[in-house]
Design a binder for this molecule. Structure first.
Ligand code: SF4
Length: 484
């Protein structure tokens, strides 16, 4: 359909003239502007070149003309294939919509031995087994996951602390592998764990089934233990021991970690990155606090402003680039995701940066009680009494009925960034996303007025900074493009 809109270029481009293709622009700094097109290709122009381009005063011999033509900002009668190529790139960008749903999150228990101040999931005490997922729900959830058309299935175990219900993880993995003999999908398993319940049996099982771990490491011992409280034990020490056990048993590529930024983290980003280096990691995800669960009720979420976090993030990114230049390969995961959106036509499956939103399309959640949620944050809001992201239950719904849930459709309709107020005019839109759960939690509606959206503020700042690095700092450009 899109291609047909571009057919017959003569209609658009009278002889000897060029025509503009849809694009957005925003000031980068002073007299320089970022231009992005329909498929997220970009260029940076001086104001005078931008003005000449819009006034159709450029000549085919100009370098700027050739750049704009190659990147689908203009077309002329010389090149009919360009329009079909643009349409093809647009289809490639949106192809993952047809391959829903790759990520399936199993909340196997809400119980946890930690009581972190910023806990997003409203964890329960260790002895409260009524918060464990039942076998029948687990079996149905596996069947549900295999009903999705996606050729890749990532089954992620979350909690609480999922290893407190390891027998259920074992059951789910074995059932999924048995089922996959028939389906032949690319099947992956990840456990999001604090690693305090690792033992030989768990490690052997995970090795046999090539399972990966994701854990939380907030930084050096004093910083990590500030908000991650483990009764009777030192949380940092337990995490480091767990990381080492996984490295020794499963290999260094089987463990990744992410941190949560608190006010105490703000002046210490170098210490945090150094801690990751010391533990042998080559990647880190610099992450702010999410406004869900206990964090929403504590003052933690309000202790620093979006600008504080942006400064922290930029300092961290600069330091990571410095480490790379000095010979230690290190990657910042959020920047990597954004760079993939900027430079790969297929984009990324990162749930928060999709249009329409990744709700149920990029990832779906099976809660401990059999409820199905359209996002992980949706189930976190449910623990706070807000059920609007619930799209069914495992006992009564099929994949088709949950995906056709009326509430889900109405949210998805609101989350096309191409048509959202402010996003539709924004040069960063092709690389950005909707994140309706965050906007609902912080601003009271799925879209959110972007002038008041901390999500938008952070996105704009990071996009600008990445483009500045790529355009103006050759050594940074080399490292950043290596992350794509
Ligand atoms: S959220 Fe902000 S940065 Fe993202 S597309 Fe919308 S206006 Fe642009």
């Amino acid at each position: 359909v899109l291609a047909s809109l571009f057919h017959d270029p003569s209609h658009f481009a009278p002889e000897g003239k060029y025509q503009l293709l849809p694009f957005h622009f925003v000031r980068l700094e002073a007299d320089r502007y970022i231009l992005t097109n329909l498929v997220g290709e970009y260029t940076v122009l001086e104001r005078s070149d931008l003005a000449a381009f819009i006034a159709k005063e450029l000549s085919p011999g100009d370098a700027v003309y050739r750049t704009l033509k190659a990147r689908h900002f203009l077309f002329d009668n010389d090149n009919r294939v360009a329009l079909d190529l643009l349409a093809l790139k647009y289809r490639t960008r949106t192809a993952r919509l047809a391959d829903l749903t790759g990520l399936h999150i199993f909340v196997v228990t809400l119980r946890c031995d930690h009581s972190c101040h910023y806990c997003q999931v409203s964890r329960q005490m260790e002895d409260r087994t009524q918060y464990d997922m039942r076998n029948e729900h687990a079996d149905l959830a596996v069947d549900f996951a295999f009903s999705s058309p996606s050729p890749t299935l990532k089954l992620e175990f979350q909690g609480g602390e999922p290893l407190l219900n390891f027998e259920l993880i074992r059951r789910i993995v074995e059932r999924a592998k048995a089922k996959n003999r028939e389906y032949g999908k690319d099947l992956q398993f990840v456990i999001a764990s604090n690693l305090t319940h690792l033992n030989r049996e768990v490690l052997d099982f995970c090795k046999l089934h090539r399972m990966a771990f994701s854990t939380s490491l907030d930084g050096p011992e004093d910083l990590h233990n500030t908000h991650r409280t483990l009764h009777r034990k030192n949380s940092h020490q337990a995490t480091i021991e767990g990381i080492q056990q996984i490295v020794d048993h499963l290999g260094p590529h089987s463990i990744s970690a992410l941190m949560t930024t608190s006010q105490a983290s703000l002046p210490r980003v170098r210490d945090i990155v150094d801690e990751y280096v010391q533990r042998g990691f080559h990647s880190i995800f610099l992450r702010g606090i999410s406004p869900y669960g206990f964090a929403s009720r504590s003052i933690l979420a309000k202790q620093y402003s979006p600008d504080d976090w942006i400064r922290f993030y930029i300092q961290g990114l600069d330091y990571i680039l410095e480490l790379n230049r000095s010979g230690y390969p290190m990657r910042e995961e959020f920047a990597s995701i954004l760079l993939q959106k900027m430079f790969c036509h297929g984009g990324t499956g990162y749930v928060d940066l999709q249009s329409p939103a990744g709700l149920a399309i990029a990832g779906i959640v099976y809660n401990y009680d059999g409820s199905i949620y359209a996002s992980d944050e949706g189930r976190m809001l449910a623990e706070m009494g807000d059920q609007r992201f619930r799209i069914g239950d495992l006992m009564n719904d099929t994949f088709e009925s949950a995906m056709n849930h009326e509430g889900l459709f109405s949210i998805l309709q609101d989350t096309m960034t191409e048509s959202m107020p402010m996003c539709s005019d924004c040069a960063f839109q092709p690389w950005c996303g909707a994140d309706p759960t965050f906007h609902h939690a912080t601003l009271g509606d799925y879209v959110g007025h972007k002038a008041f959206s901390t999500f938008c503020r952070k996105q704009m700042a990071i996009f600008r900074y990445l483009i500045h690095l790529i355009e103006d700092v050759p050594t940074a450009r080399e490292v950043l493009l290596g992350w794509v």
